[in-house]
Design a binder for this molecule. Structure first.
Ligand SMILES: Nc1ncnc2c1ncn2[C@@H]1O[C@H](COP(=O)(O)OP(=O)(O)O)[C@@H](O)[C@H]1O
Ligand SMILES: [Mg+2]
Length: 356
């Protein structure tokens, strides 16, 4: 394994993280993010937007699983009382974890180690917590080569985590929070405090950090789709910081990711709100008797609706709810699909928007 470089505590040297190139990119990124924050505010039903975008992120983030830890087997053994997790279950858990984190931030405005554990546990569904047994290394999944060895002793991990949280909760430097976002993400991934789920937990922390710093009000900016599309650079630049302490490429990468994702999310929000308007008009015209704004908004909170959702949201009887959904199917707004014993109603236009 050779000599293992120790992970340094935060903050890194300022000249390394605040170069001219970084500052130039920063102003573009801030502008896009500011625009996204503004547009999100104008949307009447924020739950609708958050649900739709979070679902997409949950799927994307769960797909970034290129690096396999050698502790995967141990981890699986620890989890073995549970049934094996299906892909779908993981995505649902991830979404739950985002909301759990968002609630924590709204309630207390900061995170503690046990909150990190709560978020990770929600994703992974096991109680292993912070790594206590050594042996976790990051490997290139294609070549099997060890690319990085995170700290091994639990005390060391806790010490680095507390340094991480000090900087996460309160900006200790006068670096721009978006530069800090990149630094903190690197640091969390390099501490790699858990046997598994570090990538996904770290990507949830990114969004929470934006909210803590008032760069966004609601959790709607997710980098996983960008990272998926530029995955080898993500690993390469994380690795470059590990090995050489050169931050510029990595920070530029993260700033670019935030900029492009903000722009992409703005376009997506516009598409969703346009489609919502179109649907409202269509229902008003073709099924005026059942038209209610909340009903149509509900169809945009998740791609699938069912009777229970309508009952809960509109406070109507099951019979009425069922009639609404059937009527919406008649006029071509929804498509029903029998899954097991349940009837689900699919908003295929929304799915199309979310897919692209
Ligand atoms: N060289 C590296 N240095 C630090 N972190 C890395 C490096 N390479 C990959 N990572 C991080 O490790 C994550 C994978 O760890 P893992 O615990 O399996 O998370 P998950 O199961 O959520 O994918 C990657 O998504 C990435 O964020
Ligand atoms: Mg993993």
């Amino acid at each position: 394994m050779g000599h293992i470089k120790e992970l340094k505590k935060l903050p890194p040297e300022r000249e390394k993280v605040e170069t001219v190139k970084i500052l130039r990119q920063l102003s573009k990124t801030s502008q896009s993010l500011g625009e996204l924050k503004g547009i999100a505010k104008t949307i009447p039903n924020q739950a609708m937007l958050v649900n739709a975008v979070v679902l997409q992120e949950a799927k994307d983030s769960s797909e970034i699983e290129n690096i396999i830890t050698t502790q995967d087997e141990l981890y699986k053994a620890l989890a073995s009382q549970n049934k094996p997790l299906s892909q779908v279950k993981e995505v649902i858990n991830y979404r739950k974890a985002i909301f759990t984190g968002f609630e924590l931030i709204k309630q207390q405005g900061f995170l503690r180690v046990k909150d990190l554990e709560t978020i990770q546990k929600t994703i992974i569904e096991n109680n292993a917590g912070i790594r206590a047994i050594s042996g976790t290394v990051l490997k290139n999944d294609k070549t099997g080569e060890i690319v990085y060895t995170p700290p091994q002793e639990k005390n060391k991990i806790l010490d680095l985590l507390s340094n991480f949280l000090e900087h996460f909760n309160i900006n200790q430097t006068d670096l721009h929070p978006l530069i800090n976002l990149a630094i903190l993400h690197y640091q969390f991934e390099s501490i790699h405090p858990f046997y598994d789920g570090n990538g996904r937990t770290g990507r949830i922390l990114n969004i929470l950090y934006l909210i803590i710093n008032d760069l966004l009000d609601i959790p709607i900016l997710y980098l996983s789709s960008y990272i998926n599309e530029n995955k080898s650079d993500y690993y390469k630049f994380l690795n470059q910081v590990n090995k050489t302490d050169k931050w510029e490429d990595y920070i530029l990468y993260m700033l670019k990711a935030v900029e492009e994702t903000a722009n992409y999310t703005i376009r997506k929000i516009n598409k969703i709100t346009n489609q919502l308007e179109t649907t409202i008009e269509k229902v008003k015209e073709e099924a005026p008797k059942i038209y209610r704004k909340e009903l149509i908004e509900l169809l945009f909170e998740q791609p699938y609706s069912k009777i229970e959702f309508v009952v809960e949201k509109l406070k109507v009887e099951r019979k009425a709810a069922s009639r609404y959904l059937k009527r919406l199917e008649n006029i071509g707004v929804l498509k029903s699909e029998k899954i097991g014993r349940e009837n689900l109603y699919l908003n295929s236009e929304l799915i199309e928007i979310l897919k692209h």
